[in-house]
Design a protein around this ligand. Structure first.
Ligand code: URA
Ligand code: ZN
Length: 393
């Protein structure tokens, strides 16, 4: 009897305890703050939450009892830092393997002299978790992007040797000037040459003004605008900038796994292509380069964290490479521990997971080989899961 294709979650985060301690010691976002009378501390990540955070702190200082639903950030439950909880979540949702990654904003804000050591300790922590759960956990390593270049490049060489490391997680900021910054190219080249896939994930969104006062400073619209729209646009812009800078052509071995099915890239690739073809300044150089479609088919993978079969169909069509019409480049994810259920027990099933799993079944057929590929088969192949490369054993 053929063995069942495993279910693999390639988009699943954690904040290890030493990282949480750093957030607890800070007085700016990203920050962890406790408010008297609330069961969990709050983790506040988004810059748009500065005003609500200040207001909540002022109210607490006046001794006013906090209204939990009005507090900034989100409750920092055990789901964020406990590997036992991660395994429970996996078991509850039938997930065989998780590829863990540090959650945003990673090490982007860490002092340059501390970043190298913190990266080493975070990556050692992830390695230990994976070792303690053989066959169930792998990880994308964190990079000390603020550290001096030699430290950053040494970290890449070091993580490439870690047995359970299957790539790195990276934000769109690069070294501070974005991924198309020429200073970033040696870093991207080192990642390409070591065969480490980059899991590209948003954090910064769009400037707060675009959300208007009701979406920003008053907090009336919660996290909806920055998370639903800002995050995907940020990813789209970062990849388009890399493309326009010619980085994919110069580094053909560079491989990117894009969070949230590539943001809006599947939907906008045609428009990007057309704008390049109609830009007198760019077209002369771009003519000899591969198109955004070529890049999508050859160097980009997409996760399936898009919550609807409509978006998923666009992702499948956009990444339509030679094999299986694009189905060989898509990988299931959950975004755990973000988006817990509000109306049911967090120890039970999460609607944010079933929405993504249902999108795969609806788009590809429940139990079909294509659905099994997206739910895990692709990740096993692309990320070489279960393999122990000879030089890492
Ligand atoms: N998902 C993430 O990965 N990070 C956030 O901050 C919110 C949702
Ligand atoms: Zn995420």
């Amino acid at each position: 009897m053929a063995s069942k294709t495993p279910v693999v979650d390639v988009h699943t985060h954690m904040y290890p305890p030493e990282y949480i301690q750093i957030l607890e010691s800070r007085d700016a976002i990203p920050i962890v703050r406790s408010f008297p009378g609330t069961p969990d501390p709050r983790i506040v990540l988004l810059s748009t939450e500065m005003a609500p955070l200040k207001e909540a702190e002022a109210a607490a200082a006046r001794g006013e009892p906090p209204q939990t639903s009005a507090l900034p950030g989100r409750p920092l439950t055990s789901h964020y830092a406990s590997v036992t909880q991660k395994i429970h979540f996996m078991d509850t949702h039938g997930i065989d393997v998780s590829v863990l990654s540090l959650a945003n904003p990673w090490l982007d804000f860490v002092d340059k002299d501390q970043a190298g050591n913190l990266a080493a300790s975070v990556n050692a922590g992830f390695s230990a978790m994976c070792k303690a759960h053989p066959g169930r956990l792998y990880f994308f390593a964190a990079l000390p992007v603020t550290a001096p270049a030699d430290v950053l490049l040494q970290t890449i060489a070091d993580v490439a040797k870690l047995p359970f490391c299957r790539g790195v997680i990276l934000g769109t900021g690069g070294l501070g000037q974005g991924l198309d910054d020429p200073a970033m190219e040696p870093v991207l080249a080192a990642l390409a040459n070591t065969g480490l896939i980059i899991f590209l994930h948003p954090h910064y969104g769009l400037p707060g003004e675009v959300w208007g006062p009701r979406g920003g400073t008053t907090g009336e619209y919660g996290h909806v605008l920055p998370l639903a729209l800002g995050f995907p646009m940020e990813t789209t812009i970062a990849v388009t900038r890399l493309f326009l800078a010619g980085v994919f052509d110069r580094l053909p071995k560079l491989r990117l796994l894009l969070a949230h099915s590539g943001g809006t890239l599947p939907f906008l690739a045609g428009r990007i292509d057309s704008c390049v073809r109609h830009d007198a300044h760019l077209w002369k150089a771009a003519k000899t380069r591969r198109s955004i479609w070529d890049v999508l088919h050859e160097q980009v993978y997409l996760d399936a964290v898009v919550y609807s079969d409509v978006g998923l169909q666009a992702a499948i069509a956009a990444s339509g490479g030679a094999k299986m019409g694009g189905l060989d480049r898509l990988m299931f994810g959950t975004d755990h521990p973000f988006f817990p259920p509000l109306d049911s027990d967090e120890q039970g099933e999460w609607e944010s997971v079933s929405m993504n799993a249902d999108a795969v079944s609806t788009a590809l057929g429940d139990g079909s080989p294509e659905a099994a590929a997206v739910m895990g088969g692709n990740a096993v192949r692309i990320l070489r899961l279960y393999e122990e490369p000879a030089d890492k054993a």
